[in-house]
Design a binder for this molecule. Structure first.
Ligand code: NAD
Length: 262
């Protein structure tokens, strides 16, 4: 167990998938949380209040669009003012768009780079001075195996995730003599709404069932043939927030069923 009692964790893109599992895991271990992301207002409110009831912490929601500098910086400011401080920042919000590079729409390129590379930069700019004032901090960037290797048709996503790993290293070096760490996590396939869209596309393209499309997606890349679970990623982040992880700095941690071992 990592005791996060009294800590404040801000998790971007936490209304579903990996981010929601991260917010719930940090809250379960005592942290107050600020969640963010899009979705049905009533469903989000249910998740927010469930966190408070189940774990006895405070949970705040701010549905800011993090694809702009103003939106991201205002979000972090608001999180600090609502929760009183920020100790843990998990940059997680993300989307996908697939297309061959010569046909990749510029608006999708710009959106993916803004949300998945620039927003972590803007959020860190706003959060780091506050962590320095508290004398403690943990920054975790959710990258991907696509921060280490590439796949066809994912130019923007792969570029953003490679960039995020670079940003992680710079922030870790600039904070190396402080009680603030910055690391990246690199999941392989995790079964979330983001990946279900890709499963749906395979099923439609090849005229196969949902289960057959899942197996096809996994067998192309992930030797274990099984998805990583959102909770598995959340547990890695919990460990990065512990005192035993104080010298883990600037690293990229994979949990990818063997994807990058090939
Ligand atoms: P998801 O679709 O379940 O969740 C994405 C979250 O981001 C949602 O809460 C969504 O509302 C939010 N979001 C989207 N656009 C936003 C915006 N403009 N502003 C604020 N929030 C926004 O996806 P997921 O699979 O849980 O992905 C989470 C992160 O994990 C992403 O960065 C993704 O690249 C990364 N990742 C996922 C996988 C996987 O297999 N699922 C693998 C590697 C990395």
């Amino acid at each position: 167990m990592t005791d996060l009692k009294g800590r404040v964790a801000v998790v971007t893109g936490s209304t579903s998938g990996i981010g929601l599992a991260v917010a719930r895991t940090l809250a379960k271990n005592g942290a107050h949380v600020v969640i963010n992301g899009f979705g049905d207002a009533a469903a989000i409110e249910t998740e927010r209040s469930k966190i408070e009831k189940e774990f006895g912490v405070k949970a705040f929601y701010n549905g800011a669009d993090l694809s702009t500098e103003e939106g991201t910086k205002a979000f972090i400011k608001d999180a600090i003012s609502k929760a009183g401080k920020i100790d843990i920042l998990v940059n997680n919000a993300g989307i996908q768009h697939t297309s061959p590079v010569d046909q990749f729409p510029s608006d999708k390129w710009n959106l993916i780079i803004s949300l998945m590379l620039s927003a972590p930069f803007w959020a860190i700019q706003e959060a780091l001075p506050a962590m320095r004032r508290n004398g403690w901090g943990r920054i975790v960037n959710i990258a991907s195996v696509h921060g280490i290797v590439a796949s066809v048709n994912k130019a923007a996503y792969v570029a953003a995730k490679h960039g995020l790993i670079g940003l992680t290293k710079v922030v870790a070096l600039e904070t190396a003599r402080e009680p603030i760490t910055c690391n990246a996590i690199c999941p392989g396939w995790v079964h979330t709404p983001l990946v279900q869209k890709q499963i749906d596309a395979i099923a439609a393209r090849d005229g196969i069932s949902n289960d057959e499309a899942k197996n096809k997606l996994l067998s192309e890349k992930q030797p274990s043939g099984e998805f990583t679970r959102p909770e598995d990623i959340a547990s890695m982040i919990l460990f990065l927030c512990s005192e035993n992880a104080q010298q883990m700095r600037g690293s990229s941690w994979v949990q990818d069923g063997g994807w990058t071992a090939q």
